[in-house]
Design a protein around this ligand. Structure first.
Ligand SMILES: Cc1cc2nc3c(=O)[nH]c(=O)nc-3n(C[C@H](O)[C@H](O)[C@H](O)COP(=O)(O)OP(=O)(O)OC[C@H]3O[C@@H](n4cnc5c(N)ncnc54)[C@H](O)[C@@H]3O)c2cc1C
Length: 504
């Protein structure tokens, strides 16, 4: 690809880079996105996986952020009903932590700040006659229920990239931008692939969506003067075997003022998170510490009758939030809103992205391209807000799709049909193709993973390693044992199982 030329190079294949690439190519710009590792291999696969307004941000008076996020929740639920779905949250009442009147006002605002909403409003509940009361300690007698939404975070990134590619963008994974040199008429960028191949590309504009590396990118790769600094705040989650038998998630208030979620996860598990710890090391090397595990177990044990300990943890993951430094002492209170900054003074356009949430990525991308496109001579209107589903999201009713899939492929077990639909939507049909029996799906690797799915992920979703498939395109890493994971790595002809083993 020596000296290929684009309107725009996007650095970073997390949610922000992917969203910007999709929006920009849809407005007629030629786009190259480069990601140093796999898509979503950093912050964008390490989130709590909520499309939410952020109830607790109300306490920080972040009304604008909450309103923006709540109205986005509606847009995203329509855009990707297969990977984003409504979830009901239960908040047990603890008088000494927050008074009931304060929670009622907060929930009233939460129900209304986002404008017209399709999700159910909040209400008070008594645990004696509510399924969410069953696992709780007897001391908790009442609480509140409210709505938010769940997202398959890494898949949201991949689907944005697939849509961008379908519209003409080029997506290069495992390709690092090594240097970026600015002149009046564009950027000359040196790329290096994980195989060691280097190439030069040119673009009229550049987007720095390097997430936790955004400031390092400016300092070390693009050599730009700037006034920015990021606070890297690590957040960790643990996964344990299912702690309750219903679909409600819990939001547990903690004595330190924080909240910890316990969320139904991958049918048989419960996801618990998160922590907030200042991180000063390299952004790529983050792992949970024993004291974080202890904190999360304690947070759960305050509420559930059955207690958990480090021995119950079947998987954990950590990521760093790249937050714009607003000089706040308390890590939980640094703003989660984003800042995009367009710089045209120093030569060709440079757009920097700082902070943000998965929930507001589409708005961030829209704002970014609204600012950037005119500097590149394009004036098309924003287009992502309505009626353009992400790949596989063109059936608004995934439950009906599960039933249709089972009628057409009666040999597919119902748990597998459900998993395929809630990961791939209508694209599940591409995976199953003309199969008439399970063996037509090719080699079976364990759980319900067959070669047909693996081949689809390599052909359409940039998957290359066992880790890409087991921990980002799916969460089947929770179900395949070491021998099965190794067989998958052998099938793919890739040696990256070490990373997979490290995570389990
Ligand atoms: C613990 C935790 C919980 C969270 N929970 C939620 C939640 O429930 N809901 C929500 O809405 N948000 C949540 N967030 C926030 C959300 O996850 C982040 O805002 C979002 O993922 C940031 O995406 P990004 O694209 O900016 O960064 P990233 O996903 O980190 O992407 C940046 C990418 O740039 C690449 N890169 C860097 N330098 C280069 C280079 N030189 N060349 C090529 N590529 C490069 C990196 O490899 C990386 O993949 C959470 C975050 C954390 C950490």
């Amino acid at each position: 690809m020596a000296n290929e030329s684009y309107d725009l190079i996007v650095i970073g294949g997390g949610i922000n880079g992917a969203g910007i690439a999709r929006d920009a190519v849809g407005r007629g710009l030629s786009v190259l996105l480069v990601e140093a590792d796999d898509l979503a291999s950093h912050t964008s696969s390490a989130s709590t996986k909520l499309i939410h307004g952020g109830l607790r941000y109300l306490e920080q008076y972040e009304f604008k952020l909450v309103a923006k996020a709540l109205s986005e929740r509606e847009v995203l639920l329509k855009m990707a009903p297969h990977i984003i779905w409504p979830m009901r949250f239960v908040l047990p009442h603890q008088k000494r932590l927050r008074p009931a009147w304060m929670i009622r006002i907060g929930l009233f605002l939460y129900d209304h700040l986002g404008g017209k909403q399709t999700l159910a409003n909040s209400h008070g509940i008594k645990f004696a006659d509510h399924p969410a009361g069953v696992p709780l300690k007897a001391a908790f007698t009442k609480g509140f229920a409210y709505s938010d939404a769940w997202v398959q975070d890494a898949r949201l990134v991949v689907l944005n990239c697939m849509d961008a590619a379908a519209r003409g963008a080029r997506i290069m994974t495992r390709t690092r931008a090594e240097t970026a040199t600015r002149s009046a008429d564009g950027w000359q960028v040196t790329l290096k692939t994980s195989d060691g191949e280097t190439s030069e590309v040119h673009a009229r504009g550049l987007v720095n969506a390097a997430g936790p590396w955004a400031v390092r990118f400016l300092d070390d790769i693009a050599a730009q003067n700037h006034p920015y600094s990021l606070r890297l705040i690590k957040g960790s989650h643990i996964v344990v075997e299912r702690l309750f038998d219903h679909d409600y998630a819990y939001i547990f208030q903690q004595p330190d003022g924080r909240i910890v979620f316990a969320i139904p996860y991958e049918r048989d598990f419960t996801l618990v998170g998160t922590t907030d710890v200042e991180h000063s090391g390299a952004p790529g090397k983050v792992a949970i510490e024993p004291d974080e595990i202890a904190y999360l177990c304690e947070a759960i044990n305050r509420y559930f009758e059955r207690s958990i300990s480090a021995d119950d943890v079947v998987w954990s993951y950590s990521g760093v939030r790249p937050l714009l430094d607003d000089h706040e002492d308390n890590a939980s209170e640094i703003t989660r809103d984003y800042r995009i900054q367009l710089d045209t003074a120093g030569g060709a356009p440079l757009l920097n992205v700082f902070g943000g949430k998965l929930t507001t990525y589409r708005r961030l991308a829209e704002d970014a391209v609204d600012q950037l496109a005119p500097t590149l001579g394009r004036h098309e209107k924003s287009w992502t807000h309505d009626g353009h589903p992400l790949p596989g999201g063109d059936d608004a009713n995934p439950q009906q799709l599960v039933a249709a899939l089972q009628t057409r492929y009666p040999f597919v077990p119902s748990s597998m049909a459900t998993r395929l639909v809630f990961n791939y939507g209508t694209r599940a049909l591409t995976i199953l193709g003309k199969a008439e029996r399970l063996t037509d799906l090719g080699e079976h690797f364990g759980a319900d993973l067959h070669a047909a799915e693996v081949d689809y992920l390599c052909a359409h979703e940039w998957a290359r390693t066992a880790e890409d498939i087991l921990w980002r395109r799916s969460k089947l890493g929770l179900r395949l044992d070491q021998r099965e994971q190794r067989r998958l790595a052998d099938y793919l002809g890739c040696p990256s199982l070490a990373a997979t083993e490290e995570k389990t």
